[in-house]
Ligand binder design. Structure first.
Ligand SMILES: Cc1cc2nc3c(=O)[nH]c(=O)nc-3n(C[C@H](O)[C@H](O)[C@H](O)COP(=O)(O)OP(=O)(O)OC[C@H]3O[C@@H](n4cnc5c(N)ncnc54)[C@H](O)[C@@H]3O)c2cc1C
Length: 441
């Protein structure tokens, strides 16, 4: 495949990423036939992550339950029936935003050569990924047989390949249970699950149920001390963090699950502001970044939320883009906004920039996207508080906050009259029961 000269394309909106977020945005935009939209997806098929996932897709956006592949197919076919200019096998390699209000440029590598897409609006919907073994800095040799859930699902569900004979799962998030089911379906035995958090990062009853049915132990408060094996993984040394007791687990496969991070490398060196907490682009309540006309939605904002909330976010961001198109006074992120941030153990809060006068009438629900946060580690008996300077403006008790899982924030309940715009809002989480729980379940 030889790359040929640039083809220049002029559209109103370039959508980057054909997962639930990008596709749902396209469906909303397609209701306005006068608007020219181009969609770029680096894979050969549209659909994003659900293409290789299992069940329980579509509840909040389609009001029906489908398998991941059926859900992805339904969304993609609906978009293919619109007049949207769809490019698959098309990877966006660079965004060159024009901060002065001119056209932004999106550079795309395709099978037919390079495309330079000039547009007034960009939607970044590139999703998220799990942290690899390298990013987790696990010591040991570098043999074959180490996957993330994403790569495991690709080879098992799409390529029908058995990943190995006996696997150890690293992580205890919801997706770790998904990895266990994928391994079981592929005929791979499960040697165990390792959770570095002393509490699991998923529902205890679900983890206990799956581990009992599939017959594997879960080690809490544990970490991999080293991986061994030359060509292929042969086993790992596991250490219980509190007692420092070390034991060996024999396995030829390791699956690194969870620790999701936004796939946001396209924003680097563009002037699009990155939130160091979420590691994704910083956005306002309309999903617009600090650069006029550049929007972002879905899991590129956080890593990771449920697919259906991402899809609903796609619809909302499309409506906001259309609204923005028809607004004459385009200001972007500016002093009208108030910054909200969290302190440890709060991992992030998204969106980061709120508009106080709109927040009083806001309606937070489990069924719609809104302002949400995640914590780093699972906490029990928690008090969550919001402060503006020295003034407490909201607090609520939670029996449990599960790590890396969305916590909707009822911001309409904040005492907005007491908010000091110059000080912003800080969220704090206090856990009053801190029993260390480690060992096998
Ligand atoms: C391994 C894994 C398992 C998951 N399992 C579940 C689950 O079971 N249930 C659930 O609700 N959620 C799950 N999720 C969360 C998942 O991210 C969401 O379900 C949903 O897919 C998010 O939608 P999205 O459109 O924001 O991102 P994605 O679905 O990830 O779509 C992003 C798309 O952007 C494309 N893209 C990325 N970079 C570029 C580029 N530079 N140029 C062009 N295209 C690009 C990608 O190829 C991809 O198709 C999982 C995530 C992962 C990583």
């Amino acid at each position: 495949m030889g790359l040929v000269a640039h083809k220049v394309k002029n559209v109103d909106i370039a959508v980057i990423g054909g997962g639930p977020t990008g596709l749902s945005a396209c469906l909303e935009l397609a209701k306005h036939p006068g608007i020219k939209v181009a969609l770029f997806e680096s894979e050969s098929e549209l659909g994003g992550m659900p293409r290789s996932c299992h069940v329980f897709f579509g509840m909040r956006d389609m009001k029906r339950i489908y398998s991941g592949p059926v859900y992805a197919h339904k969304l993609s076919s609906a978009v293919r029936e619109t007049g949207i200019d769809i490019h698959t096998n098309a990877t966006v390699t660079q965004i060159v935003p024009d901060p002065t209000g001119g056209d932004h440029i999106v550079k795309v590598v395709t099978e037919d050569g390079l495309i330079q897409c000039e547009c007034k609006y960009v939607l970044l919907a590139t999703g998220c990924f799990e942290q690899s073994r390298e990013a987790r800095r696990i010591p040991g040799t570098r043999p074959a047989g180490i996957f993330t859930t994403g790569s495991l699902q690709q080879i098992v569900n799409l390529q029908k390949v058995k990943p190995g004979n006996k696997a150890l799962i690293l992580g205890s998030e919801h997706v770790s249970l998904s990895a266990a089911i994928t391994l079981h379906r592929a005929g791979t035995k499960i040697a165990g699950m390792i959770s570095d958090d002393p509490f699991l990062q998923t529902y205890l009853f679900a983890a206990k149920g799956i581990s009992t049915v599939l017959g594997f132990p879960i080690y809490r408060g544990a970490t991999i001390e080293t991986i061994f094996g030359k060509k292929r993984v042969e086993g790992v040394k596991v250490m219980l963090k509190e007692t420092r007791k070390v034991f060996e687990v024999e396995c030829d496969t390791i699956v690194c699950t969870g620790k999701f991070r936004p796939d946001a490398s396209l924003i680097y060196k563009t002037g699009i502001r990155e939130d160091s907490a979420s590691m994704g682009p910083e956005i306002d309540i309309n999903f617009m970044t600090n650069l006029q006309g550049v929007f972002a939605a879905g899991n590129v904002l956080r890593g990771a939320d449920m697919h259906d909330l991402c899809a609903l976010e796609g619809r909302i961001v499309a409506k906001n883009m259309l609204k923005e198109m028809h607004t004459i006074d385009k200001k972007g992120l500016n002093s009208m906004y108030i910054r909200i941030r969290g302190t440890d153990p709060i991992r992030y809060v998204v969106p980061q920039n709120l508009v106080p006068e709109r927040m009083k009438g806001w309606k937070t629900s489990l069924w719609t996207p809104g302002v949400s946060m995640q914590v780093h580690r699972t906490l029990t008996d928690v008090v969550l508080e919001a402060w503006s300077g020295d003034t407490k403006i909201w607090s609520r008790k939670y029996r449990r906050l599960i790590a890396n899982t969305r916590v909707p924030l009822p911001i309409e309940r904040f005492d907005w009259d007491k908010v000091d715009l110059s000080k912003g809002i800080t969220l704090k989480a206090f856990s009053h029961r801190n029993v260390y729980t480690q060992g096998r379940i």
